[in-house]
Design a binder for this molecule. Structure first.
Ligand SMILES: Cc1ncc(COP(=O)(O)O)c(C=O)c1O
Length: 383
């Protein structure tokens, strides 16, 4: 029997709550998955086709998308569809998940990196412009943490140089900036539906979107062995078809996405208010005219207390914050052939040392958000 004075056991607060998400979806998710199992349409099929249309419509892109096996494949297929070939230079950010740069190199192209802005973590447009050279055929900005880069600026830069603009939208489903949705202004855009993303499959998934019919058609061919018609191969491609089960799951979840994003934004606003004036905790900045979908709510720990000590103190309170990303792309061993070293991208290196991503999933209660903010301030600022 617990004593009447025992402190209540608080539930752990982590980066996602997939059980709560399943509970909200009710039996519809399992019924949709069962429909696919019974139909035998395991690869592509009607569920995937429906999702290709509805996700493109959600993003305000005129052509149905091309559903692929994961977000990394979406990047590779999008770059190929935008005509990037081996030996080309493609500009991307050093502070992102490795796949953004890795996909470029996997294609045989060469990642050229441009540092990020310290206050947002987004690739700096002027620095990206300065990195472009005569071999650059594309720029791949990343809409990091759920906030879009200045797409109008990147569009103007790419148009001026006559090169492609490919968006990494793995973390930004539903984001917009200056009235433009992510996926709308690039020549191609790559999405991930990894289960922890703002819109996640029950497994792996990805999608390529484009406003150009030709790019969509090429992406569709590249997804399937460069094959416009069965057993006819007009170019090299790969096998990256989305599974029917994932299409069914994503169809079920898409109607909830706008509400989930709104809840993430409300949680972010609550953190902003709670953390105002804190000395050692600097939340990353949201740009004006930006609808940020807060895939992550990220702060920089800048005081005397180490980030590790802060994380440990939070963990002791059952609060599981995360570091995205502890090492910048250019300092990874796999990036050695690209010829960069320590000190080349000071903002990326600094962010990799300072950032902490707080729990921001849509199933947190206000009380839990307050608890995270309070514990963070205690840990970082001693108040
Ligand atoms: C910015 C970014 N790009 C690409 C990817 C790759 O997506 P996936 O894990 O679905 O291959 C991710 C996923 O974590 C990501 O965050």
């Amino acid at each position: 029997m617990s004593s009447p004075t025992a402190t209540p056991v608080l539930r752990p607060i982590g980066p996602v709550d997939l059980a709560a998400e399943r509970a909200q979806l009710g039996p519809a998710l399992e019924e949709a998955m069962l429909r696919v199992l019974r139909s035998g349409q395991y690869i592509l099929g009607p569920e995937v086709e429906a999702f290709e249309k509805s996700f493109a419509a959600f993003c305000g892109v005129p052509h149905a998308g091309v559903a692929v096996a994961n977000g990394t494949d979406a990047l590779v297929v999008a770059l190929r569809a935008a005509c990037v070939v081996p030996g080309d230079h493609v500009v991307t950010a050093p502070f992102t998940f490795f796949a953004s740069a890795g996909a470029i190199a996997w294609l045989g192209a060469i990642p050229r990196l441009a540092d990020v802005e310290l206050d947002t973590g987004l690739m700096d447009l002027d620095k990206a412009a300065a990195v472009c050279d005569s071999k650059t055929t594309a720029i791949l900005p990343v809409h990091l943490y759920g906030q879009m880069v200045d797409m109008k600026g990147y569009r103007a830069l790419c148009d001026k140089r006559g090169i492609s603009l490919v968006e990494d939208c793995a973390q930004s489903h539903g984001a917009s900036r200056d009235g433009v949705n992510c996926g709308q202004l690039g020549d191609a855009a790559a999405f991930s539906f990894y289960p922890t993303k703002n819109l996640g499959a029950c497994g792996e998934g990805g999608m390529v979107l484009s406003r150009h019919e030709k790019v969509v058609a090429k992406a569709r061919r590249v997804r399937e062995h460069g094959s416009p018609v069965r057993y006819t191969h007009t170019e090299l491609g790969t096998n990256s078809r989305m599974q029917g089960l994932q299409g069914a799951a994503l169809n079920c979840k898409l109607p909830y996405l706008a509400g989930w994003n709104a809840r993430r934004a409300a949680i972010a606003a609550r953190y902003d208010a709670a953390l105002k004036g804190t000395k050692s905790v600097l939340p990353l900045v949201r740009r004006p005219n930006s609808v940020h979908v807060y895939h992550q709510y990220t702060v920089r720990i800048v005081g005397d207390v180490t980030r590790e000590a802060v994380l440990e103190r939070l963990k002791a309170q059952q609060i599981f914050a995360q570091i995205h990303y502890p090492s910048p792309v250019h300092l990874q061993e796999a990036a050695k052939p690209w010829g960069y070293g320590p000190g080349d991208f000071p903002n990326a290196e600094r962010l990799a040392k300072e950032v902490v991503c707080l729990p921001v999933h849509p199933f947190l209660t206000d009380a839990e958000v307050d608890r995270v903010a309070e514990q963070l301030m205690l840990a970082a600022d001693g108040r």
